[in-house]
Design a protein around this ligand. Structure first.
Ligand SMILES: NC(=O)c1ccc[n+]([C@@H]2O[C@H](COP(=O)([O-])OP(=O)(O)OC[C@H]3O[C@@H](n4cnc5c(N)ncnc54)[C@H](OP(=O)(O)O)[C@@H]3O)[C@@H](O)[C@H]2O)c1
Length: 331
C-alpha cells in the first residue's frame, strides 16, 4: 500500500503541529521526464516547521492538500527520464511518502556502494553539508580558538562540533540532559559540555569559556544566543544556522538583546542556508566521507520505523527526544 502525509492547513500558533493527515493514494502513471521511486529512508527536519508556515522564507511553503515536503532516498522502479534507470538510487525532495512519481531532473543519483543509503541523509547529506559549510566556510575554526556549538548532540551540531574539533579548536557543546552531554565529551571528544536544561547557561559558559568565545555555531537562538553574545571575543563570528527555540510561534520570536556586543567587539553574525552552497556539494561530500572513513567523524542517527511515525517523530525535534539525525526507515 502506498502511503503519504499531506499538510491539511498552514501551521500557526493555534494549530501547533496538528497539520498532517495520512492518506493512501496510489501514484499516478509515469509520464515523460518522470520516474517512480520507492523510498527507503525519509529525513525529519526542523526546517519542516518553516515549510508549513505561510511566511516569507528561503523557499515557498507547502500548500494545504499537498504531500509534505521532505528529503528522502530510494530506488527507481520505473523510468521515463533519460538520466535514470530502474535500480538507480536517488536522493532529493521526495516528499513524506512511501513511493512517488517525480520529475527525474529533480533527483541526484547516488552511489550506495560508497556508504549505506541512510548516510546520504545524515552525515553525507544536507545535514552533513550544513555542519561542514557553516563551520568551515563561515566559522573558520583554528587552533587556539574557542568554538561553542548549540544543539551539539543533534544532526547538524554533531557534524559542526567534530569539524571544529578536527581543525584543532577548543570545542564546547551545549545540549539538553546528562546523556547527551556525556556523548559530547566521551564519544565526540569535545573539550567540554553544558547541559542547558540542568544548569544556568551563563554559569556553564563562564566555566567552560573563561577566555570568551571566538566562534559560535548557533542552532537554537533565544536566551543561549544572548548569553553567547555577552561573551563574544574581539572579531568573533556567530554562524546563524538555526533558531529552533523560536520556531513554535512566529508572533513571539525573541530577537537578540545583546547585539550591541557586535559593535563593541567588531564581531559578526552571518546566516546561511544550503542554497548558498549547492554548487560545492562534491567538496563537502568528499571531505565528510574521507573523515568518516579515517575514523575522525561519527554520523549519529536516530531511526524510527514506518511512515506512520512521522508526526510523533517531528515533535521529538522540539522536545529533544532525538539523539542525532532523525530518520524514518520506510521499508
Ligand atoms: N541553515 C541551514 O541550511 C540549516 C539546515 C539544516 C538545519 N538547520 C537548523 O539547524 C538546527 C538543528 O537542526 P537539526 O536537523 O540538526 O536538528 P537536531 O539538532 O537533530 O534536533 C533538534 C535539537 O534541537 C534541540 N532543541 C530543541 N528545542 C530547543 C530549545 N528550545 N532550546 C535549545 N535546544 C533545543 C534539541 O536538542 P537538546 O536535547 O540538546 O535540547 C533537539 O534534539 C535547527 O535550528 C535547524 O533549523 C539549518
Amino acid at each position: 500500500m502506498t502511503s503519504q502525509y499531506r499538510m491539511t492547513r498552514f501551521r500557526t500558533a493555534e494549530t501547533g503541529n496538528d497539520i498532517f493527515e495520512l492518506t493512501h493514494d496510489d501514484p499516478p502513471p509515469v509520464q515523460d521526464g518522470e520516474v517512480l521511486v520507492r523510498f527507503d529512508w525519509i529525513s525529519v527536519d526542523p526546517a519542516m516547521s518553516g515549510w508549513t508556515t505561510n511566511k516569507r522564507s528561503y523557499m515557498p511553503p507547502v500548500k494545504p492538500g499537498q504531500i509534505m515536503r521532505a528529503f528522502g532516498i530510494g530506488e527507481v522502479t520505473e523510468s521515463k527520464f533519460d538520466g535514470l534507470q530502474v535500480g538507480d538510487w536517488v536522493t532529493g525532495f521526495t516528499g513524506m511518502q512511501t513511493e512517488g512519481v517525480l520529475r527525474g531532473k529533480h533527483f541526484r543519483k547516488v552511489d550506495v556502494s560508497l556508504a549505506p543509503p541512510n548516510h546520504f541523509l545524515s552525515g553525507l547529506g544536507m545535514t552533513g553539508y550544513t555542519g561542514y559549510f557553516g563551520m568551515m566556510d563561515i566559522g573558520q575554526p583554528k587552533p587556539g580558538k574557542t568554538v561553542v556549538v548549540s544543539a551539539a548532540a543533534g544532526a547538524v551540531g554533531t557534524i559542526a562540533s567534530q569539524m571544529a574539533r578536527n581543525s584543532g579548536a577548543r570545542v564546547i557543546g551545549i545540549a539538553g540532559g546528562p546523556t547527551k552531554c556525556a556523548f559530547l565529551t566521551d564519544e565526540l571528544k569535545l573539550d567540554g559540555a553544558i547541559d542547558y536544561k540542568n544548569e544556568s547557561i551563563k554559569d556553564g559558559l563562564d566555566r567552560e569559556c573563561p577566555d570568551g568565545i571566538d566562534v559560535y555555531f548557533d542552532n537554537v537562538g533565544g536566551e543561549i544566543l544572548d548569553a553567547v553574545l555577552a561573551r563574544i571575543n574581539y572579531k568573533g563570528t556567530i554562524v546563524v544556522c538555526g533558531a529552533i527555540s523560536q520556531y513554535a510561534d512566529w508572533h513571539t520570536q525573541q530577537g537578540p538583546k545583546n547585539y550591541m556586543q557586535l559593535i563593541a567587539q567588531s564581531a559578526k553574525m552571518q546566516g546561511f542556508t544550503m542554497k548558498d552552497y549547492m554548487h560545492r556539494i562534491p567538496e563537502a561530500f568528499t571531505a565528510l566521507l574521507t573523515a568518516q572513513k579515517r575514523g575522525d567523524l561519527i554520523f549519529r542517527e536516530h531511526i524510527v520505523e514506518g511512515i506512520e511515525s512521522f508526526p510523533e517523530a517531528f515533535e521529538m525535534l522540539f522536545s529533544g527526544g532525538n539523539h542525532g539525525k532523525l530518520l524514518i526507515k520506510v521499508r
